[in-house]
Design a protein around this ligand. Structure first.
Ligand SMILES: C[S@@+](CC[C@H](N)C(=O)[O-])C[C@H]1O[C@@H](n2cnc3c(N)ncnc32)[C@H](O)[C@@H]1O
Length: 234
């Protein structure tokens, strides 16, 4: 059953568009700029998808060697096609999981991926073991508000917006997961979801959920956000 579920998830990711990002590039770049890395750092973008974020990191750190790793062969193929015409010589792309890693990294980027991990603490611990002394983790994911009914509404909406999601955390739960995996949170940058800007398919889902719960858009908007977390190997 778990294998079946995993296969369905990979098939879904394989069909994601080659030109769409699932993170806010400006927020990622702002946080990356605050980092002090060694002169020739090793960087991992785990769950790199179509590679657009990976290439930003490679441009931000031209002296870095950047590995984009993703379990979806379709996404890695898309990333290779996206890379083909770019003047970047410091990027390597590969299909795989955290278990396939042999190197250590000074920075790991994990953008909109943790929610798909089967066991987030376990996966993050494995990742932690691949982070060099003093190294960084930059992670983003959607977070749920702490209290009811915001939490239930946000979870229901995110699960419909983003198929194959396994976990949504509140900010404090996310901090707990990172702490349990051996990361110390240094910065948390919220990024509100602009619900008015979601695509037509999601507008229809949103309208249905608002009707079902009897909420107006203004009431639910403050509940919906992603966070960008900068953490350090503890
Ligand atoms: C929503 S996309 C995010 C892609 C990219 N990071 C971005 O922000 O645009 C999620 C990606 O996570 C990958 N993924 C799913 N499970 C994973 C796992 N266990 N380890 C690494 N990546 C995973 C998927 O294949 C998919 O490409």
């Amino acid at each position: 059953m778990e294998d079946e579920r995993h296969r369905a998830m990979l098939e879904h990711f394989g069909r994601l568009p080659a030109t769409r990002r699932f993170h806010a590039a400006a927020v990622v770049l702002e946080l990356l700029q605050s980092l002090e890395l060694p002169p020739s750092p090793r960087v991992l973008d785990l769950g790199c998808g179509n590679g657009l974020g990976t290439f930003d990191v490679a441009r931000a750190f031209p002296h870095a060697r950047v590995l984009g790793l993703d379990p979806s062969p379709g996404q890695i193929e898309a990333a290779r096609a996206n890379l083909r015409d770019l003047p970047l010589t410091n990027v390597e792309l590969s299909t795989g999981y955290v278990d396939n890693l042999v190197d250590n990294f000074d920075l790991v980027v994990l953008l909109q991926v943790i929610q798909f991990f089967e066991n987030p603490v376990q996966e993050l611990r494995k990742l932690r073991s691949r982070v060099a002394e003093g190294g960084f983790l930059l992670l983003s994911t959607g977070v749920l508000p702490e209290g009811s009914p915001g939490r239930e509404f946000a979870r229901g909406l995110l699960e419909r917006f983003i198929p194959h999601t396994r976990h949504w955390f509140s900010e404090s739960e996310l901090r707990g997961v990172l702490g349990a995996a051996g990361f110390r949170v240094e910065r948390v940058r919220p990024d509100p979801w602009r619900l008015r800007e979601v695509n037509a398919e999601r507008q229809a889902i949103l309208a249905e959920e608002l009707r079902r719960w009897g909420f107006g858009l203004e009431a639910v908007e403050p509940w919906m956000k992603a966070v960008y977390v900068l953490a350090r190997a503890a």
